[in-house]
Design a protein around this ligand. Structure first.
Ligand code: ADP
Length: 626
């Protein structure tokens, strides 16, 4: 046997993570035990799964389980499993690198401020490396199932920059993780302390966890947990704390879930699901390649992590377990895709999640937390999932002119409930951000008449309103579009009459701006602003246009319609302007300002600046001196 010993360096990300973790998670240091027991339980799950196809992998009769040994004399705590184990290469890969894409960017967000970082690392998912919070050296000895006793490996590190690997002999399959505890961490060699931690964190693990105190010859190995997988127990038997702990085990998330839903379906199709809504978005929520989905068990045997087939993409934030009695044990991702049961389960599970969210929505603060973290993802559902459109619409939250706050906390029912008698539309504006939306000239008339407007500033909103179309029989209407017919308020003239009255002025401005605008009209939506631009009823909304252009799409040119506020003194001045050059300049400036207010960029900013400069000199009396 070769005992080839190598010293290898950690991947940079691992090095950074180790440092940050020790520093920021110190006040929650005991969670390392949950993480290591979780890994051991996963390893047992994986062995059982691989042994379905290769029974010789489970080459002994021993029950799958986890053993914890505390040793005061040696100052060590060991976690031993007889699960799948790791080969030399697997040890190097699994414990020397982090494979999640986006990790480097994620680590850059760390500030060195404990609370902030602890929160972020929690979202990232703490794991094996948490051992270094309490240990100054960690030794992992492992033998992969199916490999011989002489193919075992020892991995060792002090959690600085390096680790070593060497070949060893090991009689048993599986892994032993030994923590050499730091001087100040001796509470973790106290059997009573470790026992209470196992009870607290790992009672719900589906494998027996036993504890041995090596320094006490009198004491015997003791079974500590109840060793029944949590989701197999009746709901009434499981406490909230147990549900929360199970979530942390499942997700490696460090904070509590917002809510959960545990159900058993019986009858023609039998399965149990336990679904959680996390309290915070994971760092890779927007990475469409990131693993997502539920943990799949068939008849309590673990089959796969991240089974994404059970929920649509827009519910990718949901964590949980589904345990089916009907799917075949040899089901693979491909087979799952083709399974006729799957579509039914998927729509039932989707409905469960939406019902759970509906329930959560009755707790305003909790729902707001959910919405702030995941609202933008849920909005994708309106575009993707027409079958559940009505349910999803009720779950939406918006920022509106009613609250005048940037927080998206108003539902469509709130809006409809406040709508005036006879208001048949739901008004909205699309803008780059809240500040642009709330200050938009397009809102003036609506605001002054007390008509509420939804302020839509998320990228997906344009598609959202298009998919939604209407709510409660009221059409959704873009306030920045031509022909905005507001409910009548008595003394109003129709558009044709208005345009006729101001025909001369409109034509004169149109003459000057013909290259830049489609038409000039008298506006009925302005109060304080001199002008605004609107899109033709067939044209793209300018906000959508900007987004498409930013993503590299070439779009046919289209000119906006300029609407002027004939009551405004600037328009009064314009119509009285006899000097043609000044009329030209002023008309252009009115248009430039309307474009800027709406969030557009000017095609020729230098020309605008020049016009403004000249204009400022004239009005300040500079022109006379020239
Ligand atoms: P995570 O569990 O989130 O993937 P960890 O850092 O905890 O991250 O572990 C990295 C990988 O190391 C695991 O995905 C698993 O493949 C492997 N691993 C860790 N502990 C064990 C163990 N006791 N037995 C077998 N493999 C393990």
């Amino acid at each position: 046997m070769s005992d080839k010993r190598e010293t290898l360096g950690f991947q940079t990300e691992v090095r950074q993570l180790l440092q940050l973790m020790i520093h920021s998670l110190y006040s929650n240091k005991e969670i390392f035990l949950r993480e290591l027991i979780s890994n051991a339980s996963d390893a047992a799950d994986k062995l059982r799964f691989e042994a379905l196809a290769n029974p010789e992998l489970q080459d002994d009769d021993a029950e799958l389980g986890i053993e914890i040994i505390v040793d005061k004399k040696r100052r060590t705590l060991s976690i031993i499993d007889n699960g799948i184990g790791m080969s030399r290469d697997e040890l190097i890969d699994n414990l020397g690198t982090i494979a999640k894409s986006g990790t480097a960017e994620f680590l850059q967000q760390m500030t060195g401020e404990k609370k902030h970082d602890a929160h972020l690392i929690g979202q990232f998912g703490v794991g094996f490396y948490s051992a270094f919070i309490v240990a100054d050296k960690v030794t992992v000895e492992s033998r992969r199932a199916g490999l011989g006793a002489d193919a075992a490996v020892r991995w060792e590190s002090e959690g600085q920059g390096e680790f070593t690997v060497e070949d060893i002999e090991r009689a048993e399959r599986g892994t032993t993780v030994t923590l050499h505890l730091k001087k100040g961490e001796l509470e973790f060699v106290e059997a009573y302390r470790v026992e209470s931690l196992i009870r607290k964190y790992s009672d719900h693990i589906g494998f027996p966890v036993s504890l041995t105190d090596a320094s006490d010859k009198e004491s015997e190995t003791k079974l500590v947990n109840s060793a029944t997988a949590l989701w197999t127990r009746p709901r009434s038997d499981v406490s909230d704390d147990e549900y929360k702990e199970f979530y942390k085990h499942l997700s490696h998330d460090f904070s509590d879930p917002l809510t959960w839903s545990h159900n058993r379906v019986e009858g023609k199709r039998e399965y149990t699901s336990l679904l959680y809504i996390p309290g915070a978005a994971p760092f890779d929520l927007w990475n469409r390649e990131a693993p997502r989905g539920l943990k799949l068990y068939v008849q309590r045997v673990f089959i796969m992590d991240d089974a994404e087939q059970f929920l649509p993409l827009y519910l990718r934030f949901v964590k949980g377990v589904v345990d089916s009695s009907d799917l075949p044990l040899n089901v693979s991702r491909e087979l799952l895709q083709q399974n006729p049961e799957l579509a039914t389960m998927r729509s039932a599970l989707t409905k469960r999640v939406l019902d759970m969210l509906k329930k959560l929505a009755s707790k305003k603060d909790d729902y707001q937390k959910f919405w702030n973290e995941f609202g933008q993802v849920l909005k994708e559902g309106l575009v993707e999932d027409h079958a559940n459109k009505d349910k999803l619409a009720k779950l939406l939250r918006f920022s509106t002119t009613h609250t005048g706050s940037n927080t998206q906390d108003q539902s469509l029912d709130d809006y409809v409930g406040r709508a005036a008698d006879g208001q048949e539309k739901i008004y909205y504006i699309l803008a780059e951000n809240y500040a642009t939306a709330i200050a938009s000239p397009h809102l003036e008339q609506l605001k002054s008449r007390g008509l509420e407007v939804l302020l839509l500033t998320d990228r997906i909103d344009a598609w959202l309103v298009e998919s939604l179309g209407e709510y409660d029989g009221k059409a959704l209407v873009d306030v920045a579009r031509e022909a905005l017919d507001l409910p009548a308020d008595g003394e109003e003239k129709d558009q044709g009459k208005l345009d006729e009255e101001h025909k001369a002025l409109l034509e004169k401005i149109q003459g000057v701006l013909s290259e830049r605008v489609e038409a000039v009209k008298v506006s009925r939506r302005l109060v304080d602003s001199p002008a605004c631009v609107v899109a033709g009823s067939q044209d793209l909304n300018p906000q959508v246009r900007r987004m498409l252009e930013a993503s590299g799409q070439k779009l046919p040119e289209s000119k906006p319609i300029l609407e002027i506020n004939v009551q405004h003194p600037i328009l009064g001045r314009l119509s009285a302007e006899a000097d043609e050059k000044r009329f030209d300049a002023l008309s252009n400036i009115v248009l430039d300002h309307a474009l800027l207010a709406e969030g557009s960029q000017l095609d020729n900013p230098a020309e605008y600046v020049q016009r403004m400069n000249e204009f400022m000199l004239q009005t300040s009396g500079g022109a006379e001196n020239a």
